[in-house]
Write a protein that binds this ligand. Structure first.
Ligand code: GAF
Length: 384
């Protein structure tokens, strides 16, 4: 923290008005369902992005990062799709979106310290957006951090920053996770009506660990693959005559799939519909304390993402296969895919063995060494 305060002093000549932070996330289950009006079940990571901030009298955003030691200045009215470029779009986009909503926001001096691993599919961008949104809410007296409804407004502004300014066509799960997840709970998120439910998620009494493995395989959400998946879902929904694929959940799946004209649309739809059902399976298994069942559902989800949705990759499959072969109760890719991270439910006594086995498997396949670490369900965006 002192490093963050010191950097702020150097940039502005005064102490910040405060420091705000927001977490990265891993999604336990419910992948590529958010933009289909479906269900997801993320937890907040202990890894957070902090930002020290003060309001300005003018409309300038002065943004500095400890990680790349760079500064960017942009006026709020000049923020537009693609401007500013790179990571500062997430900061500027949030202030832009809040202003567009009619909030009286002005310029900010912001210094960012991002401790969510970058490019690992752990939502470092949502953590940054939500930390800035939290700061803006407090500094401009918006009061949006104080209630679930207010947090929903902030999460929506963060999503628009990502969609409209950074140009990544993502759903809203990551921002909702950073705003609504709580310690020792997973968040059952209904992306159709925006409702949330806290599901107890504390594995310590089971002697089980949730292990995240960052495959270090490159992962970019703004590239075409994510958008292509989203378009297929929209196309399938249109053919089926529904707003979102959520609406066909509960209908006989074979009959729904038979209405679709090609195999790719059928597979994409099958993933979404079965994945939405798996979220409530995991919620029930967690409530019953049946982690073996949770693990089985993780694997079913991974297979569906690998075979039907086609968003896995060699590295993610290798983590899952290796973890399962060495005693994990379950394992699956998490997040958007095409690289990024996997999660494994591992008996505490086996964590070192599973971690070593994953490292060995990557070395044997001549892949960049992965990084594995245990995580617990942590706190949402707040003032530090
Ligand atoms: C990424 C996106 F940002 C989310 O909105 C979600 O679609 C996820 O991929 C897949 O579940 O994290």
């Amino acid at each position: 923290m002192p490093r963050l305060q010191d950097a702020f002093m150097t940039l502005t000549g005064h102490a910040p008005d405060g420091v705000w932070s927001a977490p990265g996330r891993v999604n336990l289950i419910g992948e590529h369902t958010d933009y289909n009006g479906g269900l997801a079940l993320p937890i907040a990571l202990p890894h957070r992005t902090r930002c020290a901030a003060s309001p300005r009298e003018d409309d300038l955003l002065r943004i500095h990062s400890l990680q790349d030691d760079s500064s960017v200045e942009v006026r709020i009215d000049d923020v537009a799709e693609g401007h500013p470029a790179g990571w500062t779009a997430y900061v500027a986009g949030v202030v832009w979106a809040l202003r567009k909503d009619g909030n009286a926001v002005r310029g900010l001096d912001v210094v960012v310290d991002g401790q969510v691993p970058l490019g690992a599919g752990l939502s470092s961008s949502a953590a940054l957006e939500c930390a800035v949104a939290a700061a803006a809410s407090d500094l401009f007296g918006l009061g949006l951090l104080d209630s679930s409804d207010g947090r929903r407004v902030l999460a929506a502004a963060c999503q628009r920053a990502e969609n409209d300014i950074a140009g990544a066509p993502t759903g809203g799960m990551d921002q909702a996770a950073a705003m609504h997840c709580t310690e020792r709970h997973a968040l059952r998120l209904d992306c159709l009506d925006g409702t949330t439910e806290q599901v107890p998620f504390d594995l310590t009494s089971h002697d089980v660990v949730l292990l995240v493995t960052d495959t270090r395989a490159s992962h970019a959400l703004a590239d075409g693959q994510y958008g292509a998946r989203r378009e297929s879902c929209e196309q399938a929904a249109e053919i089926l005559g529904v707003e979102t694929l959520r609406e066909v959940v509960g209908r006989p799946l074979d009959e729904t799939l038979a209405l679709l004209p090609d195999e790719v649309l059928r597979r994409r739809t099958r993933h979404v519909v079965t994945e939405i059902a798996r979220v409530d399976e995991v919620v029930s298994s967690l409530r019953e304390g049946d982690l073996a069942a949770v693990g089985r559902t993780f694997v079913a989800s991974h297979e569906s993402l690998r075979d039907d949705y086609e968003v896995s990759c060699t590295e993610l499959d290798l983590v899952v296969d290796t973890a399962m072969a060495h005693g994990a109760l379950g394992s699956r890719m998490t997040g958007g895919g095409f690289g990024g991270s996997a999660i494994s439910l591992v008996p505490a006594a086996d964590v070192d063995r599973v971690t070593a086995a994953i490292e060995d498997a990557f070395a044997a396949a001549h892949l960049t060494p992965p990084s594995s670490f245990p995580v617990t369900a942590s706190a949402p965006a707040h003032r530090d």
